[in-house]
Design a protein around this ligand. Structure first.
Ligand code: SAH
Ligand code: SF4
Ligand code: F3S
Length: 443
C-alpha cells in the first residue's frame, strides 16, 4: 500500500472559511478515484498546501502573498509539492495570483470546492488549475461528507451563503456571490449526522444568516423555523447563529430568543457605525435609532442576552461628530464583545472611490473606540462573578485536571475538575474573572 498524501490547510477570515476548510479536506480525502489525502498540521511535511484566504481588508489579502513567498524554499526542495489558493482572495484575484506568484499551482473560488478533486488531478499532471466560476450545481450536495470519525463537541454548519446587501465598503457580495439558502432537510440531516458523531453545539453560519429562507416542508422556512426544527434533535443541546443583519431580525427570531431553550443568549448583530449620515453612505438601510429599538426588543424577549457587534471607523467622510455618534451608540448598547476595524478601501466597492479619512485620524479613533469597547467587555465579564452558568467542556486546560469550555454567553470558563469529560455540560459557579476568561467551580 502506498502512503496517503498529506494536506496542509491554513484558514484565514470568518467561520465560513473554517467550515469550508473542513469540507475541502473531506473532498480531497478521496472517494475512490482521487488520491486520498490525510491532513497534517506541518507544512514542511505536506504534498499539498492550501491557503483558504480572506479578502475583507487589505491586510488580510496581502498576508496571502507574504505567506506564499515563504513556501519558496519548500517548493524548491520538493518539486512535487502542490500549492493552492482557495477562498475569497482566490475569487477576487483569480489569475492575478498565479501571475504574481508563479509557484501557485491551483486557484479555487468558494463556489467551486466540489470540483477540487479534478483540479487537484490537473495540478498533479503538471498543469495550472483555476476555477472561480459560480456554477449552477449544488456544491453542498456534492461536498456532502461521508459518515465518519467522531468529532469535538462544537461544530459550524453553513446554512446560507452570499449576500445581496452591497454595503458600500464590503467585498462579500462579489467574492461569495448572491445570497443562497440551503434546503432545510439537508441542513437537518447534516445536523443529525454531527450529533451522532458527538457534537453538542451547532453554530449556524451565513454571511447574512438571518436572511435564511431555504425550502422546507410547507414552503420556504425562516431561520427561526429552522432553529425550532433543530431544537427537536435529541442530543443537540445548544444552537447559535452568526452573522445577522439588523434588517433581517424578524419577530419570530426575536421571539425564539425568549422561548427556545437550546438557543443560546448571545447575538452578534453588527451595526458598523452610530451616525445616520454615515450609515446611509454605507448603504446599511437602518439608522442608529432603529438599531437601538431593535436591541431593546431583543432584550425584552431575552433580558440576559449578550450582544456583540462590528464597527468600522474612518469610513470615507466620517467626521469627529459622526465618530462621537458611534461612541454614543456603544455606550447605550453595552456590548459584551465587539470587533472594530479601521476602514480599508477595497477595489471595486463604491466607498473605495470616495474621499478618504486621514489614516492617523482613523487610527486615533480606532483606539478610542477600542478602549470603550474593552471597558464594557471587561465589566460585563466581571459581572459574571458569583453567577451560575452552564459550561460545555471543549478541551483540557493548561493546568493538570483543568477543563476549558464556553458558557452560554460564549465566555471561556476554566474549571478545576479531574472528572470532567469533553462534551459534558456542567453547572458552574463563576469565582473569578481574568484577562480573557473566567474561572469557576462545579456546583
Ligand atoms: N455579514 C456580516 C459581516 C461581514 S464581514 C455583516 O453583515 O455584518 C465582517 C466585518 O468586517 C464587517 O461587519 C465589517 O465590520 C468589517 N468589514 C467589512 N468590510 C470592511 C472594510 N472594507 N474595511 C474594514 N472593515 C470591513
Ligand atoms: Fe458585507 Fe454584511 Fe453588508 Fe453583506 S450585509 S455587504 S456581508 S457587511
Ligand atoms: Fe473574509 Fe470571505 Fe469570510 S472575505 S470574512 S473569508 S466571506
Amino acid at each position: 500500500m502506498t502512503e496517503p498524501k498529506k494536506l496542509f490547510i491554513k484558514t484565514y477570515g470568518c467561520q465560513m472559511n473554517v467550515y469550508d476548510s473542513e469540507r475541502m479536506a473531506e473532498a480531497l480525502a478521496g472517494s475512490g478515484e482521487g488520491q486520498g489525502y490525510v491532513t497534517t498540521d506541518r507544512p514542511d511535511d505536506a504534498d499539498m498546501i492550501l491557503l483558504n484566504t480572506c479578502h475583507i481588508r487589505e491586510k488580510a489579502a496581502e498576508k496571502v502573498y507574504s505567506e506564499l513567498g515563504r513556501f519558496k524554499g519548500l517548493k524548491a526542495a520538493r518539486p512535487d509539492l502542490k500549492i493552492g489558493v482557495a477562498g475569497c482572495v482566490a475569487q477576487a484575484e483569480g489569475e492575478e495570483i498565479m501571475r504574481r506568484q508563479p509557484l501557485v499551482d491551483l486557484v479555487v473560488g468558494p463556489q467551486s470546492y466540489h470540483r477540487l478533486p479534478e483540479l487537484e488531478a490537473k495540478a498533479r499532471g503538471g498543469e495550472k488549475a483555476l476555477d472561480t466560476d459560480f456554477p449552477e450545481e449544488d456544491k453542498f450536495e456534492k461536498l456532502k461528507s461521508r459518515p465518519k470519525a467522531p468529532r469535538g463537541p462544537t461544530a459550524f454548519l453553513t446554512v446560507q451563503e452570499g449576500c445581496d446587501k452591497f454595503c458600500a465598503f464590503c467585498v462579500v457580495p462579489y467574492t461569495r456571490g448572491a445570497e443562497v439558502s440551503r434546503p432545510a432537510d439537508r441542513i437537518l440531516a447534516e445536523a443529525r449526522d454531527l450529533v451522532e458523531r458527538g457534537v453538542r453545539e451547532i453554530t449556524l453560519l451565513g454571511q447574512n444568516v438571518n436572511a435564511y429562507h431555504g425550502a422546507g416542508p410547507g414552503g420556504d422556512m425562516t431561520l427561526a423555523k429552522l432553529i425550532w426544527a433543530l431544537d427537536k434533535i435529541d442530543g443537540l443541546e445548544r444552537i447559535r447563529f452568526t452573522t445577522s443583519h439588523p434588517n433581517d431580525m424578524t419577530d419570530d427570531l426575536i421571539a425564539a430568543h425568549g422561548e427556545c431553550e437550546k438557543l443560546m443568549p448571545y447575538l452578534h448583530l453588527p451595526v458598523q457605525a452610530g451616525s445616520d449620515r454615515i450609515l446611509k453612505r454605507m448603504n446599511r438601510s437602518h439608522t442608529a435609532e432603529s438599531y437601538l429599538r431593535l436591541v431593546e426588543r431583543i432584550r425584552a424577549a431575552r433580558p440576559d442576552i449578550l450582544m456583540s457587534g462590528d464597527f468600522i471607523v474612518g469610513f470615507p467622510e466620517e467626521t469627529e461628530e459622526d465618530f462621537q455618534a458611534t461612541l454614543d451608540l456603544v455606550e447605550r448598547v453595552r456590548y459584551g464583545y465587539a470587533y472594530s476595524f479601521k476602514y480599508s478601501p477595497r477595489p471595486g466597492t463604491p466607498a473605495a472611490e470616495r474621499p478618504q479619512v486621514d489614516p492617523a485620524e482613523a487610527d486615533e479613533r480606532l483606539q478610542r473606540l477600542q478602549a470603550l469597547i474593552t471597558r464594557d467587555q471587561r465589566a460585563i465579564q466581571d459581572e459574571m462573578v458569583g453567577r451560575e452558568v452552564s459550561v460545555l467542556f471543549e478541551k483540557p486546560g493548561r493546568l493538570d485536571g483543568q477543563m476549558v469550555g464556553k458558557s452560554e454567553y460564549l465566555h471561556a470558563v476554566h474549571v478545576q475538575d479531574a472528572n470532567a469529560r469533553i462534551g459534558e455540560i456542567a453547572r458552574v459557579r463563576i469565582v473569578s474573572s481574568g484577562a480573557n476568561s473566567l474561572a469557576g467551580e462545579r456546583v
